[in-house]
Ligand binder design. Structure first.
Ligand code: PBG
Length: 333
């Protein structure tokens, strides 16, 4: 559709901007609490909330505190919480067996939330990096990140998360063929209602730095993730990956990071019209918080503007560390 406009002064575009009342009438997009997924970090212990230095305002929480956070999120109207474990270094191994341990942190947190806060959807992360001695999302053999053996492990991880009660499985690993393998395994095990939100277009990005601190993967990562995560220069490839994952049974798809990749969000939504999510990642969050703490920008306004940009780009929802802050702000009106 081509936007049309009458010549001045028949059209004065400022008429529609003159008051909040008319601005509200003509507003094209809206940001709602129901658009938010809140990523949280889980650690061992009881009654623990430990700040993540590179993500001001973000905590690693023990399971009991994650349950409290989930209850708070539910009361605010946030539909989903996404769990990321900070795994004890002693549990990181080359075979990543902790990833499918029914008693691992992620699974314990999922069970506790489902028991005590049934109203909120629990999303979990499928990838080996929190459990891998070398920080990679897949198994490393002779310096190479191997695909098919990793997919077998991801399937085991998926089933253990579904068994624990996860509503949405979020594969963030970028191995080939994992969505189909996971979907078939879920169906065969009777988990036909468990959804898959595929991190389908995930770029090899510098903006994940603070997250790797938060899950304790920074010091460990040997090399980079460029053989499995996407090249930031590519756009058509993102569409092929999204189509491939949809054909393998993904229910929803994600673009990640968020703000630097809004063009990808728009192309995905226009091309496929499927539930499209973006992840406003740790580095994006950290930049806004750091500038706000320095008094260089208004943090609250920047938060709201950044999230509205995702809606404008066609996203149905956003994973954001700001979720509770936005929800409180939107409730206050
Ligand atoms: C790893 C994973 C990463 C994030 C989510 N899952 C980091 C990476 O790929 O190295 C990043 C999230 C963020 O930066 O907020 N499986």
């Amino acid at each position: 559709m081509k936007p049309t406009v009458a010549p001045y002064p028949l059209a004065r575009m400022r008429r529609a901007r003159q008051s909040e009342a008319v601005r509200g009438l003509v507003r094209e997009n809206s940001l709602g609490i129901e658009d938010l997924i809140w990523p949280v970090f889980v650690r061992d212990g009881v009654g623990v909330e430990e700040p993540v230095p590179s993500m001001p305002g973000v905590m690693r929480r023990s399971v009991d505190r994650v349950v409290e956070a989930a209850a708070e999120a539910r009361d605010l109207g946030i539909p989903a919480i996404c769990l990321f474990p900070y795994t004890d270094p002693s549990l990181k191994t080359e075979d990543c067996a902790e990833a499918w341990n029914p008693e691992n942190l992620s699974n314990r947190a999922t069970r506790a939330i489902k028991a005590e806060v049934p109203g909120i959807a629990v999303m979990t992360d499928v990838a080996l990096d929190p459990y891998n001695i070398n920080g990679h999302d897949g198994f490393v053999e002779n310096g190479e990140i191997v695909n098919d053996r990793t997919v077998e492990a991801l399937v085991k991880q998926t089933l253990s998360q579904a068994e624990a009660g996860a509503d949405i499985i979020g594969p963030s690993d970028m191995m080939d063929g994992r969505i189909g393998a996971m979907r078939r395994a879920l169906e065969a095990a009777g988990h036909e209602k468990v959804m898959i939100l595929s991190y389908a277009a995930k770029y090899a990005s510098a903006f994940y730095g603070p997250f790797r601190d938060a899950v304790g993967a920074s010091g460990r990562l040997v090399g980079d993730k460029k053989t499995y995560q996407m090249d930031p220069a590519n756009s058509d490839e993102a569409l092929r990956l999204i189509e491939r994952d949809l054909m393998e049974g993904a229910d929803m798809v994600m673009v990640k990071p968020g703000m630097p990749y809004l063009d990808i969000c728009r192309r995905v939504k226009d091309t496929f019209g499927v539930p499209t999510f973006a992840y406003q990642v740790s580095g994006e969050y950290a930049m806004i918080q750091a500038a706000a703490q320095n008094g260089w920008i208004d943090g609250e306004k920047a938060m709201l503007e950044s999230l509205m940009a995702f809606k404008r780009a066609g996203c149905d929802g956003i994973l954001t560390y700001f979720a509770p802050a936005v929800a409180r702000r939107l409730r206050a009106g």
